[in-house]
Design a protein around this ligand. Structure first.
Ligand SMILES: Cc1cc2nc3c(=O)[nH]c(=O)nc-3n(C[C@H](O)[C@H](O)[C@H](O)COP(=O)(O)OP(=O)(O)OC[C@H]3O[C@@H](n4cnc5c(N)ncnc54)[C@H](O)[C@@H]3O)c2cc1C
Length: 372
């Protein structure tokens, strides 16, 4: 048992966890962050970040301007049968790999005095007598506040019985590729029961990432067979998959992705980012929600640690602010997700959007937020 009682213990060093750690470290709190992987590492993610987060990341100290990143201002969507829609993205975004971004944030967290424990998986978190105990291998840490930033699916979800048994389970697959996708475009190509995004990231590379059902993979038997049988039915995806140079030796995958609602506070732990609720990747906005969520959580935790609100008020404030910021976006994200996947519904939906370009802007606005 470590003798230090940390002000804040953060479980998971993705965007939500690292951004919270930097804010709390800069404010002078004693912070420990646990991340089961070692930086830098690749993560399944489309790597398109909406511009609402630009300013926030720069405030944390990420020198985005110096990275000369692709500026993305155009959306292209194709249906499985090859119908194509193009629309300007009013707010737009930029492309950066998680490999680069998460490692940069980790360095900033360390500079802010945060104790970042890499390669350290949290096995359990318990709350006894107003104090948290964090179990890691055969060691135990304690803290006044614990924030759960462990992403879409973690061992803690299982331990806390947060798994959603009766909802559709999705898988995500990602590659970095060399392929001449225009640097200002994010392309979203639909196929039966899934969709695949491609957009530019740093150093002339592109991120190719798709989501489909676990059942589809099971039916096909392997990723290669699934891509041949289903993805390549879309002529745009066929061109990408047969002409791109793949930069990983094998695809990066995740499973058991669920979009079912979750609670923002679980076992007195403030859950942030995907741990509080995952928005459909179609919206290209989960990373901004994770970062924005860290700011909302930090404000509530800061007040608690300064003694201006009690624990119950901190949990209630955070839950309320989280709902206010994200509940509508998640609702529209789920709604949009339903229209994609089926060949007929996607064709009808794209046909409708083509005739009503204002509807696209409206939907994009409903799933995105303002700079925070
Ligand atoms: C296929 C797909 C494509 C996507 N594309 C986009 C996109 O283009 N744009 C966008 O904005 N969003 C996209 N998203 C969503 C985005 O990836 C997430 O919303 C975002 O990563 C959430 O950040 P987070 O910090 O909550 O979780 P994560 O970034 O997943 O971080 C969670 C961290 O917790 C760690 N962890 C888990 N359990 C433990 C434990 N017990 N102990 C220690 N560490 C632990 C994990 O290793 C991980 O590093 C996509 C999602 C999917 C599935």
């Amino acid at each position: 048992m470590h003798s230090t009682v940390y002000d804040i213990a953060i479980v998971g060093g993705g965007l939500a966890g690292l951004c919270l750690a930097i804010q709390a470290g800069k404010a002078g709190h004693n912070v420990v962050l646990f991340e089961k992987n070692n930086y830098p590492y690749h993560k399944v993610c489309g790597e398109y970040i909406s511009n609402e987060s630009w300013q926030f990341l720069e405030t944390l100290g990420v020198p985005l301007q110096d990275y000369a990143l692709p500026v993305i201002n155009t959306l292209k969507v194709s249906s499985p049968s090859g119908q194509m829609l193009q629309a300007p993205l009013a707010q737009g975004g930029f492309g950066i790999s998680r490999y680069k971004l998460d490692a940069a944030l980790c360095a900033l967290a360390r500079n802010a005095g945060v104790q970042v424990l890499e390669g350290t998986k949290v096995e359990n978190v318990t709350f006894v007598n107003n104090q948290f105990f964090i179990a890691v291998a055969n060691q135990q840490y304690s803290a006044k506040v614990v924030c759960g930033t462990f992403g879409k699916r973690s061992n803690l979800d299982v331990k806390w019985q947060r798994q959603q048994k009766h909802t559709q389970s999705y898988i995500g697959v990602k590659y970095h590729v060399n392929y001449p996708v225009p640097t200002n475009e994010i392309q979203l190509h639909n196929f039966k029961d899934g969709y695949c995004g491609i957009s530019a990231i740093e150093e002339g590379k592109a991120c190719l990432c798709y989501l489909t059902t676990a059942a589809q993979l099971q039916k096909a038997g392997s990723i290669a067979k699934m891509e041949a049988q289903f993805l390549q039915k879309n002529k745009y995806l066929k061109h990408i998959l047969t002409n791109a140079t793949f930069l990983y030796t094998k695809p990066l995958t995740i499973s058991q992705v669920s979009f079912a609602p979750k609670k923002a506070v679980e076992n007195n732990v403030l859950c942030i980012g995907d741990a509080a609720g995952l928005i459909s990747p179609l919206c290209g906005n989960g990373m901004s929600m994770a970062m924005h969520g860290s700011k909302i959580a930090f404000n509530a935790v800061q007040q608690f640690l300064q003694g201006t609100i009690n624990r119950q008020q901190m949990e209630a404030t955070y839950t309320h602010q989280w709902q206010k910021a994200f509940a509508t976006r998640l609702f529209y994200g789920r709604l949009i997700q339903r229209f994609f996947g089926g060949t007929i519904t996607t064709n009808i939906f794209l046909g409708l959007l083509k005739k009503l370009p204002k509807l696209i802007n409206w939907l994009v606005a409903k799933t995105h937020g303002k700079p925070f």
